[in-house]
Ligand binder design. Sequence first.
Ligand code: SF4
Length: 63
Amino acid sequence: MKACVDKETCIGCGLCTDTCPEVFELKEDKAYVKVDVVPPDLQEKVKEAKDNCPVDAIWIEEL
Ligand code: SF4
């Protein structure tokens, strides 16, 4: 699984970075994904972050 953030849409609320700091990080008020591939044990947390993003800026690509 890959996680992606649409930086145009992200409002920098910090929810995804709180939910899964292993994958998401805030930089200049935008979230970015710091891993190339999401490890299996973090996939549920990434899905949770995606579902909870208030502006739907996160999407997931299955590999
Ligand atoms: S939850 Fe969504 S809006 Fe908030 S920082 Fe993450 S990607 Fe951006």
